[in-house]
Design a protein around this ligand. Structure first.
Ligand SMILES: Cc1ncc(COP(=O)(O)O)c(C=O)c1O
Length: 391
């Protein structure tokens, strides 16, 4: 047969989805699984928002909107920048997307040509590099460690200039990050934004975990440079993963290109979800209560995990993850996670999803679940009898 599947379509799996599939198979067989693998809130859209949507479904045709989202939502998001960061962002810069995932696709397509190079930290969110590869844009992974809070720094870029094929065409950062939860300190963040602008590196700042921080608040790149693309989403802080709605703050030179790309790829972001997103801004009290729950879960895990033998944890500044070094267990992460899932009924994600170099020595715990589930997971992990710090 002469027909073939494309080379660029052969991206690796998003391993967390594979873990979810294995967990679902055990659940189908009657096991109760605690889900600490997936990065999604166990809560839903704020109740005030849900209540306002029901009459809309009755009354409204909910047809397509324009490709970059309704003006009322774009205006509300622009106001959010002023209220949250004191930043002035015009509604004309806001682009509503089908989750931040579509925001990445549209940004990468509008900013980079095939063959260009985009740098990003390892460990990092796997879809960045897989989306880039599927577009024939080269992901250039920068191995990062605890010394830079697993984040890219200006020093890394300077080193690339000398000896790693020159400066990249783009850079993706996330602060707080997935899988580590670590943040780039404010001074370093501002220096990175300035460095990228000065050296014609298109910076993409993934701000999806803003609003979920446990120390200093995150700084937005919006307004810090005219060339940066900011990506955000209603999935995490706003607790709306399945609604598939997010947004980007787009520089003037890319806006029209993104609009044409979005018209052709998606027509428009989901209409009901855009209304839900607008109303979700009225549910901040409920959303902040979710963040307080994450904070309690984080403290519980930071205290309990070292006692169970997970000695080396990345500083979880924000998001809802703890990235733990498991090298002392002398088992690769995929085997370890399979064993924990089958023997303890606790689903966690192997670091190999996030870092092809050293990820087999790390696992990620997500604590976006209930406090009860965290407590139960810890009991079950304790029963596994992992070698403790004292062994
Ligand atoms: C860092 C990061 N960015 C983006 C996404 C994608 O989110 P969504 O497409 O739901 O907005 C995720 C999901 O886990 C993530 O962790």
């Amino acid at each position: 047969m002469a027909l073939k599947a494309s080379r660029r379509g052969r991206v690796p799996p998003f391993i967390v989805m594979d873990v979810m599939r294995d967990a679902a198979a055990l659940e189908a067989a009657g096991r109760k699984i605690i889900h600490l693998e997936v990065g999604q809130p166990s809560t839903g859209i704020p109740r005030v928002a849900a209540a306002r949507l029901a009459p809309l479904i009755e009354r409204d045709a909910l047809g397509y909107t324009v490709a970059d989202g309704t003006m009322v939502l774009r205006e509300r998001i622009a106001r959010h920048y002023f209220e949250t960061y004191g930043a002035t962002v015009a509604p004309s810069q806001i682009f509503v997307t089908t989750g931040s995932s579509a925001g990445f696709l549209l940004s990468f397509l509008s900013a980079f040509d095939a063959g260009e190079r985009v740098a990003l930290a390892a460990p990092g969110y796997p879809a960045y590099r897989h989306i880039l590869s599927s577009l024939d844009v080269e992901p250039v992974l920068i191995p990062t460690g605890a010394d830079t809070r697993f984040q890219v720094s200006v020093a890394h870029l300077d080193a690339m200039r000398q000896d790693r094929g020159g400066l990249p065409d783009g850079l993706i950062v996330a602060s707080p990050a997935n899988p580590t939860g670590t943040m780039i300190p404010e001074d370093e963040f501002r220096s990175l934004v300035a460095y990228c602008h000065e050296h014609d590196i298109r910076l993409i700042s993934d701000e999806i975990y803003h609003g979920i921080t446990f120390g200093p608040r995150a700084v937005t790149a919006a307004g810090l440079s005219p060339s940066v693309i900011v990506i955000n989403s209603f999935s995490k802080y706003f607790s709306m993963t399945g609604w598939r709605v997010g947004w980007a703050v787009v520089p003037d030179d890319l806006y029209r290109s993104m609009e044409c790309l979005a018209q052709n790829h998606f027509i428009s972001p989901p209409t009901l979800s855009q209304w839900g997103a607008l109303y979700a801004f009225d549910g901040m009290e409920e959303l902040n209560a979710n963040v307080e729950r994450y904070a309690r879960n984080r403290l519980t895990l930071l205290e309990a995990l070292p006692k169970l033998g997970f000695a080396d944890l990345a500083p979880a500044d924000g998001a809802f993850y703890i990235y733990a070094d498991i090298s002392r267990f002398k088992e690769d992460a995929a085997t370890f996670c399979r064993r924990v899932l089958h023997d303890a009924g606790v689903a966690i994600t192997p670091g190999i999803d996030f870092d092809p170099y050293r990820g087999d020595k790390f696992v990620r715990f997500s604590f976006a679940v209930s406090e009860k589930d965290v407590a139960e997971a810890l009991v079950r992990l304790g029963e596994l009898g992992l070698p403790s710090n004292r062994d």
